[in-house]
Design a protein around this ligand. Sequence first.
Ligand SMILES: NC(=O)c1ccc[n+]([C@@H]2O[C@H](COP(=O)([O-])OP(=O)(O)OC[C@H]3O[C@@H](n4cnc5c(N)ncnc54)[C@H](O)[C@@H]3O)[C@@H](O)[C@H]2O)c1
Length: 446
Amino acid sequence: MSTQTSTSSRKPAPAPERLGILLQGMGAVASTVVAGCIAVRQGLGQPVGSLTQLGHIRLGKRTDGRNPLIRDFVPLASMEGLVFGGWDIFGGDLYEACSHAEVLEPTLLSKIEGALREIKPMAGAFDQNYVKRLNGTHIKPGTRRDWANALRQDIRDFKAKNGLERCVMVNCSSTEVYIEQGPVHQTIEAFEAGLDNNDSTISPAMVYAYSAIMEGVPYANGTPSLAADIPALVELALQKGVPLSGKDFKTGQTMVKTVLAPMFKARMLGVRGWFSTNILGNRDGEVLEDPESFKSKEKTKLGVLDTILQPETYPDLYGNLYHAVRINYYPPRGDSKEGWDNIDIFGWLGYPMQIKVDFLCRDSILAAPIVLDLALFSDLAQRAGRKGIQEWLSFYWKSPIVGAGLYPEHDLFIQLTKLKNNLRHMMGEELITHLGTEYYEEEGNV
Ligand SMILES: NC(=O)c1ccc[n+]([C@@H]2O[C@H](COP(=O)([O-])OP(=O)(O)OC[C@H]3O[C@@H](n4cnc5c(N)ncnc54)[C@H](O)[C@@H]3O)[C@@H](O)[C@H]2O)c1
């Protein structure tokens, strides 16, 4: 593979009037983002948590007073123009999906019932070996090649039916079992042959990603499953001019972790142990009870500390760190998760201290704005001529995919700085380095 990304930044083409958002998996997260966008459009709520809707961006010097809304600065598709569709392995409609998920209040859902009922998931591409706890009933027949053909046709039909020129796809499906890359994942030719041979090491998530890429649709992977992050699909995305990003939405516990860990490191405080546990009672929790699906999640959750703390550079501070992550399915909590962290740190002369965090969060409420932002930014990236891995979207990911030979950036605020600088770069504005000397040079004080 020659290069894995392209940051050739031309100014983005104007935003489309309407943008299709295709969701792979229409469970708790997906139904909450769809219902939320409809509710916001009807003035029934605010898009809290969404950088694209609420965030501002500083331009130029601090003294310039330029701080527009991000959505006024870059040409993003508008909330009014979003059209939702997608796939699930269970039938029904989005009103039923929202009711089943029990994330949003029935009184709110009743006000938008009509719009939700109109959205019906298309049949999913499913292999139960990848999600052991689910027994899909609304699924596509045939081989992996048949699934890909059918998914591609679904995308074309969805665009035609809704009069759309542009679409993006976000994977909000159940976490698949952990798998390692094999030979079939290495080249486009091997992957194409694998589809033809119905090679069982090609996961359903990969077939969706492949279909999106082949249709020129930007793809973002909100789950820990191995999907577009294989050499064959990264290369295909470059060829087809498709932006990719992933993986695993950074919502609750890991968001907190990627704020606290840089704090310890910045102050050169040691960390001896970090025990993270979660209880949650939604379908995601049920799927993650399966040890093989949990392994995918564990990988993305465990990875962050090593990269942030750099134990090989700071062996005395972080070389002996015990890090454990647990997830327990506990039905009474539904979608309201409790993420509990116990952190054993040490300071001056090695004296121990403890920090405890108990985050009583709502999983899908935290994930929904991220899905919206990723959809809008992925579409923007493509209109700006970007393709392949979009590292500037690392801000949203537990385990950001990056080019070969690079390590991911996990620190939430470095990720935010990177994201904003990429927007400035796209629009031909000066990057902000936070050097800060220019103000004093003007005064002749430096
Ligand atoms: N909510 C969060 O904070 C958060 C954070 C990070 C990642 N995630 C990930 O997002 C994903 C969705 O989470 P959720 O809470 O909505 O779970 P969910 O179980 O409510 O929804 C997943 C949906 O995907 C469907 N599905 C499974 N296999 C499919 C396939 N092959 N094709 C189409 N549909 C399929 C299921 O039927 C289900 O409706 C999970 O993988 C989860 O790990 C969620």
